[in-house]
Design a binder for this molecule. Structure first.
Ligand code: ATP
Ligand code: MG
Length: 364
């Protein structure tokens, strides 16, 4: 039987609490005897800093590089506010992203019928919504040089950011989007602003070129501003949206509000394929942070973390049936009215982190 190597990095705040519920799921699958996981756990963020003075050690990084997938909780919190910039908890995640070469960020926006009331839109617009935004993560205006504020001779200041994309960077993110669409509804919308940006012109050209390798996938080019409008006007028209780092940041936050709650959103970050093993490096994490305000109280919603684990099952392990099973169980738990406080209607009864995890396992 194939064995899948999963590295769990729970981190800080509610990270360990929500990661604990995934460990229960892993145990459930292992007891069932059809899949075998080899799970390792390690420190990251403030927890790692407290133990070693670093937000991630070289040994942990080695483990991450050799794992089939990394499941990351959340890092940071007020306890580490005074820590030096280079070793702050967040630097642990940044190193993971960099050393794993994670260039593609996948953020699904799924609106569960049971939670449609919490959406920023009316139920009829979001009930059944299921789209994924594929955001380029390592290029564009976030990293382009020059990036500076200069004082001019007349005393005025001028700020510069530089948007840069190469053919290679666009091609590899486009392939991720087309491959993903193939396993979904077969539709990609590529969002840029070729009407005002040269990077948009190249983006449009390269995505069209890559599309020739995916004739079974429908491609639509859309201006990024129009894409934002369409997300609010009629989000169900989309399957996969591929876009650059900056537009992806904005569009994925808009999409998040269509689904209702931060505690519900999983994400995946994919990297290059390992030259030796051919496996794609990947890190899965909930979109939410360490939520210091509710940490340690057993109140956190574990569904974003459980959804991130389901994405690992699907994309890193190829365990499509198991991923479907987990996602179906989550939908059923919500339909049965099980709610942590963040997704409950005012005054409605709520349960804690462990009860949600237990309810998911009962559904499985
Ligand atoms: P970061 O900078 O680490 O992303 P943040 O400031 O964006 O952190 P979060 O830590 O995500 O914020 O928390 C924002 C709010 O959402 C907090 O009030 C927190 O309690 C709540 N929240 C976040 N995640 C969850 C969750 N899984 N369950 C319940 N509430 C949550
Ligand atoms: Mg945040």
């Amino acid at each position: 039987m194939t064995s899948y190597n999963l590295l769990i990095l729970p981190g800080d705040g509610i990270g360990p609490e929500v990661a604990g519920e995934v460990e229960k799921l892993v145990a459930w699958f292992s007891n069932r005897g059809t899949v075998r996981f080899e799970v390792e756990k390690d420190l990251v963020g403030g927890a790692a800093y407290d133990a070693s003075g670093l937000p991630i050690t070289d040994e942990t990084m080695q483990r991450a590089l050799s794992a089939d997938a990394v499941l990351f909780g959340a890092v940071g919190g007020p306890k580490w506010d005074g820590v030096a910039y280079d070793v702050r908890p967040e630097a642990g995640l940044l190193r993971l992203r960099k050393d794993l070469g994670l260039f593609a960020n996948l953020r699904p926006a799924i609106c569960y019928p049971a939670l449609a009331e919490a959406s920023a839109l009316k139920r009829e617009y979001v009930d059944g919504l299921n789209l994924v935004i594929v955001r380029e993560l390592t290029g564009g205006v976030y990293f382009g040089e020059p990036k500076e504020v200069v004082t001019l001779e007349n005393g005025e200041k001028r700020a510069v950011d530089t948007q840069i994309y190469t053919t290679h960077e666009i091609e590899r993110i486009a392939r991720v989007a087309f491959e993903l669409a193939r396993r979904r509804q077969g539709r990609v919308a590529s969002a840029e602003k070729r009407n005002v940006m040269k990077t948009g012109v190249l983006w449009h050209q390269v995505v069209s070129e890559v599309h020739k390798d995916y004739p079974d996938v429908a491609l639509e080019h859309i201006l990024a501003d129009n894409c934002g409008m369409q997300l609010v006007r009629n989000p169900k028209q989309f399957d996969v949206i591929v876009t650059d780092n900056l537009f992806g940041d904005l569009l994925s936050d808009v999409a998040a509000m269509l689904t209702g709650s931060l505690g519900m959103l999983p994400s995946a970050s994919l990297g290059a394929e390992d030259l030796v093993t051919g496996k794609r490096r990947a890190l899965y994490e909930p979109v939410h942070g360490s939520a210091p305000d509710i940490a340690g109280q057993g109140l956190a919603n574990p569904l974003a973390m459980i959804g991130s684990f389901a994405m690992a099952l699907r994309y890193s392990f190829g365990l499509v049936q198991e991923a479907d099973l987990v996602e179906k169980a989550v939908a059923n738990v919500l339909a049965a009215g099980v709610r942590t406080k963040d997704i409950a209607a005012p005054g409605a009864p709520t349960v804690g982190t462990a009860e949600v995890g237990d309810a998911v396992i009962r559904e499985l």
